[in-house]
Design a protein around this ligand. Sequence first.
Ligand code: AMP
Ligand code: ZN
Length: 489
Amino acid sequence: MKIYNTLTKRKEEFVPLEEGKVRMYVCGPTVYNLIHIGNARPMLVFDTVRRYFEYRGYEVNYVSNFTDVDDKIIKKAIEEGVEASVISERYIAECKKDMEAMNVRPATTHPLATEEICGMQEMIGTLIEKGHAYTVSDGTVYFRTRSFRDYGKLSHKNLDDLQAGHRAIQVTGDEKEDAYDFVLWKPKKEGEPYWESPWCKGRPGWHIECSVMAKKYLGEQIDIHAGGEDLIFPHHENEIAQSEAANGKEFARYWMHNAFLNIDNRKMSKSAGNFFTVRDIAEKYDLQVLRFFMLSAHYRSPLNFSAELMAAAKNGLERIVTGAGRLAELEAAKAGEKPEAAANAKAEDAKTAEGALSQMTAAEQESWAAAQALTAKYEAAMDDDFNTADAIAAVFELVKLANTTAGADSTLAYVTALKEELCRLCDILGLITEKKAELLDAEIEQMIAKRQQARKERDFALADRIRAELSDRGILLEDTREGVKWKRA
Ligand code: AMP
Ligand code: ZN
């Protein structure tokens, strides 16, 4: 498997630190709001990377933090007149709901910055002891960037060049030795959460959190460190400086960064009015469509989000789900045809690859070989720096092959083999191929009543969500003067 490593700017063969195991750390969101669709990109991309490693037989220890102490969280807490923890706990819970709806598996561990303060103080102490950090009069602790020879190796920046461009940011009276020295610990301000420390009552800087959480849950050396490309500098550069200066070892072997998601070819921003949360998207689409959309581009390519592209993604996904559904229906019909005892014996036999093959006709055996060549194509794409775009192209070809070669005359063994292959390849991408079960009339009525209640309470977001969920499941609503009417599409 090859991975593009930001550190070396090359694709490199993946060699794990420990055979059969992958230790990976993905920087998680700062929890002060619902996550936006930009935040969803690294979640979906690296969840897929994890799934593919597992498919290849690796055991993956996947750690992703929540930054739950930060200026933005504190600002929101002050606005609402609540403790900062109320804000962070609320948005961690909401983020987990979005992850589940996008079929992003929970990490092996989701550490919280506020629960790791002890480890942070320990690492800061070590850095001071080793001469890599210093304290100034108000108790702030800075990392001494000049003391770390390799500073700039990830972002391929040179400290002298950086300095030349930024001399101006060294404010007069600032006790920092160097403009690029960064904060490890800072004093509290009025009303902020704080912890006692040997330097001052205060809280940690952002970068130290990840160095410490990665070390605690994965060890001093890890295989992969990942996040969005905006994190390369300064966040990841600073993480390397802290971890390598403190531990005296190379921190991460491979650094992976996803490119940004833009909206209608412009940077997403609240002020520009082109800002979407994952929850906004969930009102219009099944989040499987968002997942499919994100994976239809290579993770290192910038991705543009637009209504047209989402509509195309919806169609693409539908083609796959319909193909898989047709195979499942064929399989059920075939399984029902045979006398039970004979069918069971055959099914038992088909559990092995040779058994299944021997039950196929000669023409089917040939088609099955073509299907397996598509699986090989899919694997080659994923082995080449997780090229999900090409992997999806192979899935489409498999659907086409199934649509043209499997039918009422096919053997059960052939239909089952195709169906299972398609599901397996989709599952690695986190795409669910099973159609949701058909809703019963009573369930539909219940959902409509819930929607009416939501409208009465002026919770239009919930009302729209219910309508979208019904529409996704093939139920169309019509608001008439006599009330809500519904029909199956
Ligand atoms: P933040 O909460 O801002 O620290 O972001 C959490 C993760 O989302 C980081 O890995 C960011 O790099 C990533 N991210 C933020 N905005 C975008 C975007 N527009 N496109 C892709 N990734 C993003
Ligand atoms: Zn981080």
